[in-house]
Design a binder for this molecule. Sequence first.
Ligand SMILES: Cc1ncc(COP(=O)(O)O)c(C=O)c1O
Length: 426
Amino acid sequence: MTALFDRHRAVLPEWLALYYRHPIEITHGEGRHVWDAEGKRYLDFFGGILTTMTAHALPEVTKAVSDQAGRIIHSSTLYLNRPMVELAERIAHLSGIPDARVFFTTSGTEANDTALLLATAYRGSNQILAMRNSYHGRSFSAVGITGNQAWSPTSLSPLQTLYVHGGVRSRGPYAELSDRQFINACVADLEDLLGHTREVAALIAEPIQGVGGFTSPPDGLYAAFREVLDRHGILWISDEVQTGWGRTGEHFWGWQAHAENGPPDILTFAKGIGNGMSIGGVVASARVMNCLDANSISTFGGSPVTMAAGLANLSYLLEHDLQGNARRVGGLLIERLRAVAAQLPLVREVRGRGLMAGIELVKPGTDEAHPEAAAAVLEAAREGGLLIGKGGGHNTSVLRIAPPLSLTVAEAEEGATILERALRSV
Ligand SMILES: Cc1ncc(COP(=O)(O)O)c(C=O)c1O
């Protein structure tokens, strides 16, 4: 183990963070469980950063990958690709975007990069509105629209970014307002901002901020923003890399909590759809998608093996109503965590929806972030046989819980019990 850790450190970048004082090597998984190289079994409440969406080693996905790999692994976008067309048809239909076109990439970063390329080309402007505390990926363009400083290593950018209020409900200057007042204040702020800018290309937002600690605005904020954006011809990009595919339980996409004025102009996705195979992508109406006047390809985007995995995974998700499962089991889990939190001054807030729950930790009696406690709870949970994640603002003090969407009630109970013990031990 240690030897592998040493070799990792010797050959990989320092900024490639590892969880835990003694990092673990995950060697295999099944359902909602994974095993490390020492044979210890864990209940997985993080799914490799919300990416193992249905289950580990789901036989349907494994078979689809292996069958496709046995036929052909790669052909490129220069040739017709049946699984790619089929998955694009299904995603176009599910997206809610009229006359939708889909472009596949290999990551969420590249999906957002493409969305930015489309929006800036379509609008003839490099000005972007992004949310404070946001995260959209690691490329040069993506870090330029990342409002979470801890994840944005350079201030150089091909874009001019203006940060908007609203992604964080329970902190900041509007925290004490009612939901309606909060939305009105954010809209007024946006209107004011637009009064001081030239043409803006797009607003990009995560309906629930992932890396930012599962924070979100009141339902309806982005619908209210949409009204303002429409008046200016500004596009709305919904980054659904974490919130897509029914994880939030109530909705298939996060934007549907803000649906009053229709779907976004551009939707980006990644993570869960491939269940670990690298699929990202962009959906936009033909009008926006086809605005580029130069060639563009992705050598690996839409590769047959990943598309076969995506099709099998999506079919399983829909046929087993995992969105409904996320709503039911996630609802129980959040309720249980809230009951525990009510007895612990360490917990400031339990938030989220479906199987996307955040537990924000503070120094008891204060509103001050408590990253040391978050790290300690992560360690204690791991000791107890539970993997969770963390995130949130500049001081990582939010525990992130996002199991595969097939989580059972018994597993939710088991995980909550381990987590409760971990929280109490800190
Ligand atoms: C909301 C959001 N957008 C984009 C990304 C980037 O995706 P990837 O890591 O696949 O490039 C992430 C990754 O965590 C994310 O959470």
